[in-house]
Ligand binder design. Sequence first.
Ligand SMILES: [Zn+2]
Length: 155
Amino acid sequence: MTVTCSCCGQERPVEQVGELQCHPETRVCRDCISWLHHQAGMVETTPTFPVLDMAATIAFYESIGFDVHAYDDGFAFVQYEDVSVFDLDLRPDLDVSRNMAGCFLIVPDSDEWHARVVAAGVSAGPLEDMPWGMREFAFSDPNGNRVRVGTTIST
Ligand SMILES: [Zn+2]
């Protein structure tokens, strides 16, 4: 099912269109939300993870539903549904046991993400409701990078 974006007029998948909070008849697609995001002066971030084995790491993230675009042999961009999530940077000197890098992905449905990650055979922690208002879980990639995934819940 598609919806017409009120801003650009393009037909977009319904799950990639948001309604304005106070004017729900106005529906805006991801491209136009991104444009608005910049218009409103908001910062976007893309963490960079150190990687010891680029090929294995790309395969790992692809296995759990990310798209990975290699820039060259030493750097790659990781996206989810065309949105930048983090980058991978080859670091042959990385000590995986001492790697403390990580990031937190805030997603619409952490239950769906948990099921997908577990189904791919990744050893993920339990999905839990946390006192800080997130329903979240975590897993580590082959380089020891810690990815937490959560959805905002009412507390
Ligand atoms: Zn649009």
